[in-house]
Design a protein around this ligand. Structure first.
Ligand SMILES: *Cc1c(COP(=O)(O)O)cnc(C)c1O
Length: 682
């Protein structure tokens, strides 16, 4: 859909007149645009039908217009809809506009200004963002308009909306003041104000890269149509040029994708033979919007992190506020409220006793820090020979070298880096399924390793209950509990990597809660910021922190040897705080349970399919393990064709949707997975 969204600084700013005139002028230069009024209030009853004033205005110019939701009371859309027993919804309105547009150029006209409410939580600006058309701001030339124009421009730009330009219009005659004593002086003053508005608005526009497209004089009442068209003609030409530029968009995108292929690495891909990538234009709720306007239901939460979906207001606002105050400052020798507040929130939230916290800049780095903590702890206890880690097969802890060295040796490609990576100890994958009774024998291998290498092991590192990227495997919580007890016997630390599982994904806030343990060290990341930005933490018990701190000079002097540049980045802290607030204020546990039930319902029939090895569901994670590795290229394209974003790998097609996903979208994700398997497209 191409065209413009015409908005005003105010009601009665002259929006409709300008829209009507532009529709005619743009029609002269190219295809005639359709004027769409998503919501019209103040309609007049005329027999059985409603007379829609703005539509009538456009038609009187000879333009074509339609209104989607019409109400009689001349009030704000939210109130008018409410009085009619209806509820307006931004995304639905946007869909209706797109359906009406059907490939035509459109001029969508708002109602009133930007923050006119559509319902309790959404306003006109939300609709503009959903439509993502460039805006034309109509400014009524009067006292106070500079302030209104600036607020409007900044509000639109803060939402990432392009503003094509402003149209300044005089809606009142020059002589609207009562004649009488001093009238002439008042008039002269007013003239000075109104002509200065033109200059000041132009300057303001320049500072914000928004051109003033026209300055329309007062044109009488009823206004002189021809004079209006004449004074808007140059503006229409500029807008037409920009429309033509929008048309070459497809060519531009093809060039972008070619550049991407040529120069950019994507995760785990080849630079010489990359797999195709899809251009995402924007995101909202649980949807990814592709560049061609197609919307995909997100089944990935952008790799576990976007638990609140996209564009969450609380998160965006918190980050904007922080950005306005301080986006970054070093953490060496300095502290700040966001860092302190986040720690204050996290400590009582995580399993009890993890009272010390290190801010890392990504999940992998938080794992590096955890490994160092464990080794330094053992050194300070007089056991410097304990520098090995024991970990189950099938684990994933990140892509930096230390983290890689404890990833599954096969999927982590250890053979490739065999000289680079330190050798650690790998025991069998926890064999006892989450959904089967616990078998104590599943701990035998761990016992064997601890007995043989106990004096060399600093810590056991593993993902609690759910092994993620290493195989999407769910094991029995009693395994974790048993392992914890075995560690305690030898003062070997237990590092729980909760980067994927933390913040509700498995149905508990933290997966360690399934086993009722407090690990010695715990890594959090991914959903920590609700997917707004990178950042992670490594938390540990007082025993570990004091242990490290007690080391003498010869053994490191008690200093934890790490300190990233972006440690405790305030913007990250603000995002994380808001994300935790949002999660705790939401019925997340209920949602995760509902998603779990729907995933079970939607996927379990695949269990009997010959090309499927296993189906498992836990919390908001659904996994279909296939007998043969999937064909990424064809399967990815299949899913996009079916309107869903699912990124399979190896033998795994899995779903981990945002918690805010409507249940019918969970069903659609499951239908897509079922179709792929049943149609043999894997
Ligand atoms: C993703 C992940 C990491 C690595 O986090 P990054 O932010 O990608 O560095 C570590 N551990 C687990 C369990 C993960 O899922």
């Amino acid at each position: 859909m191409q065209g413009y969204f015409v908005t005003g600084t105010d009601t009665d700013a002259g929006k409709t007149t300008v829209t009507a005139a532009l529709s005619v002028l743009l029609g002269r230069e190219g295809a005639r645009p359709l004027v769409i009024k998503p919501v019209q209030t103040g309609c007049l009853k005329k027999g059985q039908s409603l007379l829609v004033p703005d539509v009538a205005c456009v038609q009187s110019f000879g333009g074509e217009a339609c209104a989607l939701h019409c109400y009689e009371p001349p009030c704000s859309p939210h109130l008018a809809a409410d009085l009619a027993g209806e509820k307006l919804c931004c995304q639905d309105l946007a869909c209706e506009v797109r359906e009406k547009a059907l490939g035509r150029t459109v001029l969508v006209e708002g109602a009133g200004g930007l923050h006119v409410p559509l319902n309790e939580s959404e306003d006109m600006l939300d609709l503009m963002q959903a439509l993502s058309l460039p805006a034309v701001l109509v400014v009524a030339n009067k006292l106070g308009c500079l302030n209104h124009a600036r607020l409007s421009l900044e509000a639109m730009q803060a939402r990432g909306l392009a503003v094509a330009g402003m149209v300044l219009i005089r809606t009142l005659p020059d002589t609207h003041y009562d004649a009488g004593c001093g009238a002439e002086a008042v008039q002269a003053d007013e003239e000075r104000i109104l002509s200065d508005n033109v200059i000041s608005l132009k300057r303001m526009g320049e500072a914000l890269s928004v051109p003033l497209l026209a300055d329309i004089p007062y044109l009488g009442d009823p206004f002189d149509r021809e004079a209006l068209l004449l004074s808007l003609q140059p503006a229409a030409s500029v807008l037409q040029e920009k429309l033509d530029a929008q048309c070459s968009h497809e060519k531009e995108r093809a060039e972008d994708l070619a550049f991407d292929r040529e120069h950019l690495w994507h995760p785990y891909t080849s630079a010489s033979k990359p797999l195709p990538v899809f251009m995402v234009r924007s995101v909202h709720d649980n949807k990814l919007v592709l560049d061609d306007g197609r919307e995909l239901i997100d089944g990935m939460s952008s790799w576990w992190c976007a638990v609140h979906g996209y564009g969450n207001d609380r998160l965006k606002k918190a980050m904007q506020r922080q950005l306005a105050v301080m986006s970054h400052v070093m953490f060496g020798g300095i502290t700040h409220r966001p860092a302190i507040e986040l720690a204050r929130r996290l400590i009582p939230l995580v399993p009890e006793g993890l009272d010390h916290l290190f801010y890392a800049d990504s999940g992998s780095v938080s794992v590096e820090v955890a490994l160092k903590m464990a080794v330094q702890y053992q050194i300070s206890k007089g056991r410097p020979q304990r520098q090995k880690f024991l970990t189950p097969m099938g684990g994933y802890h990140g892509d930096t070298q230390g983290a890689m060295s404890v990833c599954d040796p096969v999927t982590g490609m250890h053979t490739l880096f065999n000289r680079l990576l330190p050798d650690h100890l790998f025991m069998e994958r926890p064999s006892c399924r989450f959904d089967k009774p616990f078998d104590p024998a599943s701990l035998d291998d761990a016992r064997r390793f601890l007995k043989a290498y106990g004096d060399e092991i600093a810590a056991i590192i593993l993902e609690p209950v759910v092994q993620g990227a290493g195989g999407m495997w769910f094991y029995h919580p009693d395994y974790l509990k048993g392992l914890y007890a075995l560690c305690k016997e030898r003062d070997i630390l237990l590092i729980a990597d909760e980067i994927a599982t933390g913040f509700g994904r498995t149905g508990k806030l933290f997966a360690c809660e399934w086993a009722g343990i407090t690990p010695d060290i715990c890594c959090l990341g991914k959903a920590l910021t609700g997917g707004m930005m990178t950042g992670a933490v490594t938390m540990c018990t007082t025993n570990v922190a004091q242990g490290i701190g007690a080391a003498d000079e010869e053994h490191g002097g008690g200093i934890l040897m790490h300190g990233p540049t972006f440690m405790a980045n305030p913007l990250f802290c603000a995002a994380a705080l808001a994300s935790i607030d949002e999660l705790l204020a939401s019925p997340w546990q209920e949602r995760v349970l509902q998603i779990e039930a729907r995933l079970k319902e939607g996927l379990s029939s695949l269990r009997s399919h010959t090309s499927v090895r296993d189906v498992r569901v836990l919390g908001a994670i659904g996994v279909v393990e296939t007998a043969e590795p999937v064909n990424m290229r064809t399967l990815q394209a299949f899913f996009v064709e079916h309107g869903v974003w699912i990124r399979p790998f190896n033998h795994l097609i899995y779903l981990m949707p945002p918690f805010v996903t409507p249940l019918q979208d969970i069903d659609r994700l499951c239908v897509a997975v079922r179709s792929a398997v049943q149609e043999g497209c894997i």
